[in-house]
Design a protein around this ligand. Structure first.
Ligand code: CA
Length: 331
C-alpha cells in the first residue's frame, strides 16, 4: 500500500508547530546547544534485539532503526542500515548540505536510498534473508533546526509545552486506514494488521522517505523511538517522563523502564535530544551546564572528537541472543 499522508494533517501540524518543508527559510531563534542520550533494550518477551541506534551529538546526527525479517536477518538489516547512513551522513557532507537550500532533505534521501540498496544487496546474496528489512528515523540538528526523515513506523516526537506530538506519520497499513477514516487511532493500536508496514528499507527499490524540518526552541525535546516504546507508553506518559528529567540519559532510562513495566513485548529503543539556550540566564542553570560539559559525548560541537567512531559503534550493540521464533506481539 502506498503512503497516504493527508495534506490536511501536515498543514495543521505545520501551523501548530512552525514546520517548514524547505528547511532553509526558518527564522533563527538564537543559539542553541543540544544534549542527547540513547539506549536500546531487548524488552521482556523477545530473545534478541533487532533494533539499532546511533547517537552522535557532536555531529548532530541521531538514528533509530527497527529490523524485520526474523532469525539473524532483522538484526543485520537494522545494523547495516544505520552503518550505511552513518557513512554517508558525515560531518563534511552534513555541513555542505546545510549550506544549500533543501540540501539536507536531498542528502537524507540519498542516504536512505543507499541504505535501502545495501540491504537489498545483502538480502539477494543470502538465502533465507530475502525478507530482511528495517525502518529508520533520522534526526539531524543543524543551527537550531531539526531535520527529520523516516521510512516505516519508528517515530520522532516533539515534546513541547508539556505535550508530546508525533512529527512523523507511520508508513503502515493501519495509519493509512486511520487517514482514510476507516479506523480510529485507538482501533489501530489493536488491529491485526498493526505491524504491517507500507514501506521499509530492504524490500523495494522505490522508496518515498518523508521529510520535515522544525525550528527548535530552548527546552524542546525530540524523542526518536521504535514501536517497542510508542506501542507501550501513551503520548501523555512519554511527555511526562521526558519532562521529569533534566538529563536526557535519565529520561531515556525512565522511558525504557516504563515500556518494560507495561509488558516490554518488543525491543525498545529511545533517543532523547534536548535543546537548550546557549547562555542560560540563571546561575543555577549555569552550574547545571558545567556539570553537563564534564560528560563530553552529550555535548554537541564543543568537544572535538573526544569519543571516536569506535566508541559509538559499541553503542550499536545488541545482545547476542539465541534464535527463537518471533512471538506475536500481544497488546
Ligand atoms: Ca519493533
Amino acid at each position: 500500500m502506498q503512503e497516504a499522508t493527508p495534506k490536511g494533517w501536515w498543514r495543521r501540524l505545520i501551523e501548530r508547530l512552525g514546520l517548514d518543508r524547505s528547511g532553509g527559510t526558518l527564522e533563527d531563534a538564537g543559539p542553541l546547544r543540544v544534549l542527547a542520550a540513547g539506549e536500546t533494550d531487548v524488552g521482556r518477551e523477545r530473545q534478541r534485539n533487532e533494533d539499532a541506534f546511533l547517537c552522535l551529538p557532536e555531529r548532530g546526527l541521531f538514528i533509530v532503526a527497527d529490523g524485520l525479517g526474523g532469525e539473524a536477518a532483522g538484526k543485520e538489516a537494522s545494523r547495516l542500515g544505520v552503518e550505511t547512513l552513518q557513512g554517508i551522513l558525515t560531518q563534511a557532507s552534513l555541513e555542505a548540505a546545510t549550506a544549500i537550500n533543501g540540501g539536507l532533505e536531498n542528502l537524507l534521501r540519498q542516504a536512505i536510498e543507499a541504505g535501502n540498496q545495501a540491504i537489498l544487496d545483502v538480502a539477494r546474496a543470502n538465502v533465507g534473508w530475502e525478507r530482511m528489512g528495517t525502518t529508520v528515523v533520522i534526526a539531524v540538528v543543524r543551527d537550531g533546526v531539526v531535520h527529520l526523515s523516516h521510512v516505516g513506523d519508528s517515530r520522532a516526537y516533539l515534546v513541547r509545552a508539556g505535550k508530546a506530538v508525533s512529527l512523523t506519520r507511520d508508513h503502515s497499513t493501519v495509519m493509512a486506514l486511520v487517514d482514510a477514516g476507516y479506523l480510529t487511532p485507538k482501533q489501530a493500536r489493536t488491529h491485526p494488521l498493526r505491524n504491517e508496514l507500507s514501506q521499509c528499507l530492504g524490500v523495494d527499490e522505490r522508496l518515498k522517505p518523508s521529510y520535515a524540518a522544525l525550528r527548535l526552541n530552548p527546552g524542546d525535546r525530540i524523542v526518536l523511538c521504535t514501536d517497542g516504546l510508542w506501542d507501550m507508553v501513551t503520548d501523555e506518559k512519554l511527555a511526562q517522563l521526558v519532562l521529569r528529567y533534566a538529563d536526557p540519559d535519565d529520561a531515556v532510562r525512565a522511558l525504557i523502564a516504563a515500556a518494560n513495566e507495561a509488558g516490554g513485548y518488543d525491543n525498545i529503543t529511545v533517543i532523547v535530544i534536548k535543546a537548550e539556550a546557549e547562555e542560560p540566564e540563571e546561575s543555577h542553570a549555569r552550574s547545571q551546564e558545567s556539570e553537563a560539559i564534564t560528560d563530553p559525548h552529550f555535548l554537541v560541537g564543543e568537544v572535538p572528537n573526544s569519543r571516536g567512531p569506535r566508541d559509538w559503534t559499541e553503542r550499536l550493540r545488541r545482545p547476542q541472543e539465541e534464535k527463537r521464533e518471533e512471538q506475536e506481539i500481544k497488546v
